[in-house]
Design a protein around this ligand. Structure first.
Ligand code: NDP
Length: 239
């Protein structure tokens, strides 16, 4: 880390939405930033180094962490942002669809954290920001599986924070409300729609469309993440 750098940051899912704007905000704030995407992307004009990573693969996650260490020697901040949506009645999604969303939203965070924690322990310094959601806190019909992934991240992050804070490491949750990104376009919908969900489906889809249009700019979330990254004594969660 050079004297002018705030630290080395790794942001997953930095190809779009909250991850992209967060990577840019951290860069402006003086971090050396590594962003990840599943497809190859050129480094950005403002100096974000882009690396390939699929958080649903152990090998890909370890590969990206090794690459950052070989180029920068340390990791001060990990932003576990990569995530996908699943909108549907609880019984409508297949087990395969349910496993796929858990594999990214929950096990993706666990894989990346397991790969980065030993580095942060050696440094006796580090901060991990996990993207939860307002749906990690409150119930929402037609969102049982997605909300379960974010509730899991809440419990995981709060418990882990207790384990590592004596070693100079903090795990912090950021819980955005609806945010104007491509998240809604990328949402998986049920493979086997059931007629009994027709009304709740129509309401949920309408609410989603209307609320996304009225949602926060991703810049609001990115600014919160930068504040959390730099706070001397962050709280455990930011809603
Ligand atoms: P986007 O769809 O715009 O971005 C999602 C990012 O995740 C993309 O960069 C995508 O990268 C990446 N991604 C998806 N699957 C994988 C994977 N298997 N491995 C690695 N990267 C992956 O959504 P948002 O920016 O809105 O979402 C970011 C986070 O914020 C998510 O965790 C989401 O749950 C959370 N959130 C979003 C809200 C919203 O209203 N938008 C509200 C609350 C929370 P690529 O496809 O290039 O690989």
């Amino acid at each position: 880390m050079s004297k002018t750098e705030r630290g080395i940051a790794l942001v997953t899912g930095a190809s779009s939405g909250i991850g992209l704007v967060t990577a840019q905000a951290l860069r402006r704030d003086g971090y050396r930033v590594f962003g990840t995407s599943r497809r190859p992307m050129p480094d950005t004009a403002d100096g974000i180094a882009m690396l390939i990573c699929d958080v649903s693969s152990d090998a890909s996650v370890q590969g990206v962490v090794d690459e950052v260490l070989s180029r920068a020697g340390r990791i001060d901040l990990l932003v576990n942002n990569a995530g996908i949506g699943l909108l549907g009645g609880a019984e409508e999604s297949t087990t395969t669809q349910a496993k796929a969303v858990f594999d990214v939203n929950v096990f993706g965070v666990i894989r990346m954290t397991n790969a980065v924690l030993p580095v942060m322990r050696r440094q006796r310094r580090g901060r991990i920001v996990n993207l939860s959601s307002i749906l990690g806190l409150i119930p929402a019909p037609y969102n049982a599986l997605y909300a379960s992934t974010k509730h899991a991240i809440e419990g995981y992050s709060e418990s882990l924070d207790h384990e590592v804070r004596t070693q100079g490491i903090r795990i912090v949750l950021v819980e955005p409300g609806l945010t104007r990104t491509s998240f809604e376009e990328n949402i998986t919908r049920p493979d086997r729609p059931l007629a009994l969900y027709d009304t709740v489906r129509a309401n949920a889809e309408k609410l989603m469309r209307e609320n996304v249009a009225k949602g926060d700019s991703p810049q609001v979330v990115a600014d919160a993440i930068v504040r959390v990254a730099n706070a001397t004594s962050p709280k455990r969660r930011y809603t």
